[in-house]
Design a protein around this ligand. Structure first.
Ligand code: BGC
Length: 783
């Protein structure tokens, strides 16, 4: 096997196989490119393993009473080996020299070990696997097997296994199988309800001819059975190259045909051509192309951290790796799943996670990717209109959970068991968590502020903003007794509090949407004439802007009480205080429900995640700094961080408030959501938003990066144990490189127009002619 150099700060090695916790490993080392992602299951099978292969856009409803989800596609990662009649498995016989290595820099996983079968035959097995970043349809593996103790008969059974389900639900028809030219295994299937055609091709090649090669075609399974006689000292190598194509592929879609095609024959044709060209490259050729694509990514995406703990750097790169594989960049018909495509969790659905937790990263590093994410929301407007109508509102009421463009609301109705009632807890987020419609508006504001993309506003942004505002204008309730608009009966970001009134986060972001939409309408005739013309055909924009202003002006926006606290909602500060220390110190999440029923937890002063704290984050200049800090400290003390969204956002604010130790602790917690020791934290997939949080914590927290009112600013909040933090970013079409050191910040101009900004309140600008600005300022000065 080709020798490669291993770079410090990029690799994760495991020297023991842990059969009890395969699921977490499968999720966190999942490989992919946002088009196709594959969980990192071992080649051979184990109890408890959850193989998973997901292709973007293939949403399907297995049964009418289930919600739509990304189907677990036919698997090509399984390779079954038999040595002199003994099935290879690490839980049989004995093994030594086990090494599993995940290379964050290339996305490749490599594994090797020496296995001795129960009968005493020893073999060395090495394998490598990748999902290509360069050729997005390709999944490839290479295997090397060497007999060590004497000649062996090796059987290899490998191909396409469509006996996959999503926790038992079957999404695909038993497709049509065919062996082409005696080499290529081909399976054509389709999703049961959405009828998306899917083609899988797979080809094996070996360093020596097999003694026997037999195609085995079964129900939902099509494999080849090969036999080899191995002599010691003569290793056998095998490449397994596979490709996936679906009728929803971008090449089959157009503005008129967003759903792509239903014609399997065309999908197969494209797959036939693809497998022939990619398999001729062999594993090494494919790996080289993918490695080069990863190198291009890292050249701009890497965030360098010099700290007393090298895990800080590794954890950041781990997050950046996932931020690259969770998105099919530039695909406007797909959102990002709350677990990316690394597992069945959350069914591939998108939440507010996208706009609040992930969009800042994409907008500030790869604006085109961010734009596509917002165009996805634009293309999903029909589902949002339908939801508004069903609920008696106007405009766009975005689903809490989104899947395919016109699916509308896809939140399941029931979840985990309630220890008190013994019943399944109803999931009310799809009914009551309305703030997503303002989070998306905030995303539009953020994207425009950071990129200055006027064309986006003209084509999509203005309409999105106006339709979100129309929803809020119809959603707010006039209360004659208080003579103000209120928003009652919602779930705010803190999902442990249901049916609350006047959730501060929701009210403020709703008012923000209304005001911002009114401002946009005023600016539209000159700035965004196409949007103005389009929307004027639908509405009297003048009247609409006046209505938005009237609603925003009359909205109840809770301010600080005498004690300085801003109520999270009308009920929260009157709830009973309980000792949360036990639950706050637990490594896992939701431990409170081992003692409390769902309703009981609703009645005590405990939060699942940042709620009022999120308001401080998305509207940083809303309150005086000491009021903001007072609320931060109060609400953090009542927060269990039971959502992966929570730690990282707290980290940003802790950095702003000069709570240095806490900020670093929160950063490390955010990294450890998936990458940490908890052996079951990520069984159903990684937590996408937390990956965005890791980046935000460093860039927005430690480097104090802000975009308020379209003005770029930085502040030095570098943790005391860090020596350097450096990253590249985009601003209004220009590229910058930001370096934070204990006593200085440097901003370099890499390309584009001149950029003005402040560092710790001092004004600077950089340009082609004056490429560098350096501000001598320490983390201590900035607080
Ligand atoms: C959190 C939500 C989040 C969802 C998906 C839930 O546990 O409470 O805020 O959107 O997970 O990540």
């Amino acid at each position: 096997m080709k020798e490669r150099t291993w770079l410090p700060g990029w690799t994760v090695e495991r020297r023991a196989f842990d059969p009890a916790h395969t699921a977490k490993t499968e999720s966190i080392y999942a490989q992919g490119n946002g088009y196709i992602n594959v969980r990192c299951a071992e080649d051979e099978r184990y109890v408890g393993q959850t193989r998973g292969t997901f292709a973007t856009l293939t949403f399907n409803k297995a049964l009418p009473d289930e919600v739509t989800e990304l189907p677990n596609l036919p698997d090509v990662t399984a390779i079954d080996l038999t040595v002199n009649g003994e099935r290879f498995s690490l839980d049989r016989g004995t093994y030594r020299d086990y090494l599993s290595r995940f290379d964050i820099r290339t996305g490749e996983v490599e594994r090797s070990c020496v296995w001795t079968s129960p009968a005493g035959d020893a073999v060395r097995i090495r394998s490598r696997r990748m999902v290509s970043l360069a050729q997005k349809h390709v999944v490839a593996a290479t295997l090397e097997i060497e007999a060590l103790s004497g000649p062996v008969r090796l059987m290899v059974e490998s191909g396409i296994d469509a006996r996959m389900t999503n926790s038992g639900s079957q999404h695909l028809h038993d497709g049509e199988k065919r062996l082409i030219d005696g080499r290529i295994l081909r399976m054509a299937t389709r999703t049961s309800e959405s009828r998306v055609p899917i083609a899988i091709h797979c080809e094996h090649s070996f360093s020596a001819d097999p003694a026997r090669a037999l195609p085995v075609m079964q129900r939902r399974r099509f494999v080849m059975r090969y036999a080899f006689d191995l002599e010691p000292g003569v290793p056998l190598s095998m490449d397994k190259i596979s490709c996936y194509h679906t009728g929803r592929d971008r090449s089959f879609a157009s503005a008129e045909r967003l759903g792509g095609i239903k014609d399997s024959a065309r999908v197969l044709q494209v797959g036939d051509a693809c497998i022939t060209s990619v398999s001729s490259m062999g594993y090494e050729g494919l790996f080289e192309a993918s490695r080069a694509a990863w190198e291009r990514y890292w050249a701009h995406a890497d965030v360098e951290i010099e700290s007393d703990d090298p895990f800080d750097q590794l954890g950041m790169r781990f997050a950046l790796y996932h931020l690259n594989i969770m998105i099919d960049r530039g695909e406007p018909r797909a959102g990002i799943g709350a677990k990316g495509m690394t597992g069945e969790g959350y069914k591939g659905h998108s939440f507010w996670d996208t706009e609040i937790f992930l969009l800042p990263y994409y907008a500030l590093t790869d604006p085109a990717a961010a734009r596509a994410l917002l165009v996805y929301r634009y293309l999903s407007l029909p589902g949002a209109y339908a939801k508004a109508q069903e609920n008696g509102y106007e405009g766009a009421m975005f689903p809490w959970e989104s899947a395919w463009l016109d699916d509308g609301e896809t939140t399941p109705l029931f979840g985990a068991a309630d220890i008190v009632t013994g019943e399944s807890i109803p999931i009310l987020t799809g009914v009551l968590e309305h703030h997503i419609t303002a989070d998306i508006a905030w995303g539009v504001y953020l994207y425009h502020a950071v990129t200055g993309d006027e064309e986006f506003m003209d084509r999509y942004g203005c309409e999105l903003m106006v339709e979100c505002a129309r929803f809020w204008a119809s959603r707010v309730e006039w209360k004659p007794e208080t003579r103000r608009y209120e928003i009652t009966n919602v779930i705010g970001p803190d999902e442990y509090k249901e049916h609350v009134d006047n959730n501060a986060f929701t009210n403020y972001v709703a008012a923000f949407t209304l005001t911002h939409a009114a401002d946009i309408i005023d600016a539209m005739p000159k700035r965004w004439p196409d949007a103005c013309e389009q929307l004027s055909r639908r509405y009297n924009l003048h009247e609409l802007a006046a209505k938005f202003r009237e609603r925003a002006g009359g909205m109840y926006l809770p301010g600080p009480r005498e004690d300085g606290l801003v109520p999270q909602n009308d009920q929260y500060l009157d709830l009973a205080e309980v000792d949360l220390s036990k639950y706050r110190s637990e490594a896992g999440v939701s431990s409170i429900f081992e003692d409390y029923g769902w309703e009981e937890a609703n009645k005590v002063m405990v939060s699942k995640q940042a709620d009022l704290v999120m308001l401080l984050r998305v509207m940083p200049d809303l309150f005086e700094p000491e009021v903001a800090k007072r609320n931060f400290v109060f609400y953090e003390g009542r927060c269990l961080h039971d959502s992966s969204l929570s730690h990282g956002q707290h980290g940003i604010l802790a950095a702003w408030f000069g709570l240095e130790d806490m900020a670093l602790d929160m950063y490390r917690h955010a990294v450890r959501v998936d990458f940490g020791e908890n052996p079951t934290s990520s069984d159903e997939g990684i937590h996408s938003a937390s990956m965005g949080n890791v980046w935000q914590c460093a860039a927005c927290g430690f480097a104090g990066l802000m975009w308020e009112h379209g003005e770029l600013s930085f502040a030095n909040h570098l943790p005391g144990t860090w020596k350097r933090l450096a990253f590249e970013m985009s601003w209004q079409g220009s590229r910058l490189r930001v370096t934070v050191e204990p006593d200085a910040m440097t901003v370099e101009h890499l390309s584009g127009a001149p950029v003005s900004f402040t560092i710790d309140g001092r004004a600077f600008s950089v340009s082609h002619e004056e490429p560098q600005a350096r501000c001598v300022c320490g983390a201590g000065d900035a607080a």
